[in-house]
Design a protein around this ligand. Structure first.
Ligand code: MRU
Length: 362
């Protein structure tokens, strides 16, 4: 997708065998990239959220294993790299999915072939992700077009939470892909962007993406969505997923559940867009089973932004000594999800719905 009219992916290979990623901790105020030259660099990039978003974490994990195999292609080194990368962030299942795919391939090959194979497989995972997200865009755009037909003469108002755009994937994104496709098809639309405390991925990253694509949008405080829905100002919600259970429960950025409840109460369709790499076929009950990442409390007690003097500044927003808790994700039960939008089409958030689209994976 575009930054200053130039097409970018979030992650790519350098000619010297290292990997380059857009540094998302610097956006929206500075565009910077980070060079990942080792397993340590890849683990740190995932843990510190230089790269984030379920699909992109998976692709970075794959490149992390490739960097590890380049340094030491032995079985033990690959197993250790797999464990360290998998532990970098616990909730998004795409990370483990990509690492398992890499490990299977590498351990079945001769050590001398592993470096080349690993980079080729990581690149294939990245390319697959971009294709999946583009398909999600095509399937989801049809839902937006249908909503537009119901409300002629005014923009379709779509609410989204966190950043499930191209910055969260390799290209296109999940929840934002249908929006990009519908906008390119000429649909008049407007996006309500939840700021998404504590790290503000909506205010910083989603707003940055939508600006880059020229999509009309408005950033709102996290608690605004319910009010907007009560007043008919939201036609549909689309969010992403970090892990989807086989019965259609969806785990996404903290606060997603409250938006789904408000949507349910107000009869607003609530859609979740996800590539199949996000489905955890081994889990059923998302609330009981999905591990919820808890991050450092300083992400809640402090906030950073651009000061009037042009410096990026971090300030405290709580009294010193007030404890804070930082749950990074929550689970929306399938009963609150209107439909799932995947690379193979749209289905009910249910075991039958997912099985119908993915009989080969289920
Ligand atoms: O903590 P983050 O920024 O990695 O959380 C990202 C999200 O919650 C996204 O909505 C999710 O990964 C789906 S991304 C396409």
């Amino acid at each position: 997708m575009r930054i200053d009219s130039r097409h970018y992916r979030t992650i790519w290979e350098n000619a010297d065998g290292s990997v380059e990623a857009i540094d998302q901790t610097s956006l929206p105020h500075r565009f910077e990239t980070k060079r990942l030259a080792s397993l340590d660099d890849a683990v740190a990039a995932i843990a510190t959220m230089v790269v984030r978003g379920a699909p992109l974490i998976g692709v970075t994990g794959a490149y992390g294993l490739a960097l590890a195999a380049a340094a030491d292609p032995g079985d033990e080194a690959i197993e250790e790299a797999h464990s360290r990368l998998a532990a970098a962030r616990p909730t998004a299942v795409n990370l483990r999915w990509a690492l398992d795919r890499m490990r299977r391939l590498l351990l079945s090959a001769a050590p001398s072939d592993r470096r080349a194979l690993a980079f080729a497989e990581a690149a294939a995972i990245a390319d697959d992700d971009a294709l999946c997200c583009e398909s999600i865009g095509d399937h989801g755009a049809a839902l937006i077009c249908a909503a537009a037909a119901e409300h002629p003469g005014r923009p379709v108002n779509i609410l989204t939470h966190c950043n499930a755009g191209w910055l969260a994937a390799v290209d296109w994104g999940t929840a934002l892909a249908p929006i990009y496709k519908a906008a390119r098809d000429g649909i008049d639309l407007h996006v309500w962007v939840d700021e998404t405390r504590p790290r503000n991925q909506g205010a910083s990253l989603t707003a940055f993406e939508l600006s880059g694509e020229g999509i009309p949008h408005t950033v709102i405080a996290d608690n605004t969505g319910g009010h907007l829905m009560q007043h008919g100002l939201v036609d549909l919600c689309i969010v992403g997923s970090d892990r989807t259970t086989r019965i259609g429960d969806v785990c996404n950025k903290i606060g997603t559940y409250l938006k789904a409840l408000a949507a349910h109460d107000n009869g607003v369709p609530f859609y979740v867009a996800l590539p199949s790499s996000t489905i955890d076929w081994a889990m059923r009950d998302g609330v009981a089973e999905i591990p919820i990442e808890q991050r450092d409390a300083s992400e809640v007690t402090h906030i950073s932004g651009l000061a009037d003097n042009g410096a990026v500044t971090r300030v405290r927003v709580t009294p010193k000594g007030s404890p804070a808790a930082n749950y990074a994700f929550d689970v929306t039960p399938a009963r609150l999800v209107g439909a799932l939008i995947s690379e193979r089409g749209v289905c009910a958030a249910s075991e039958a719905g997912l099985r119908g689209l993915f009989p080969d994976l289920a």
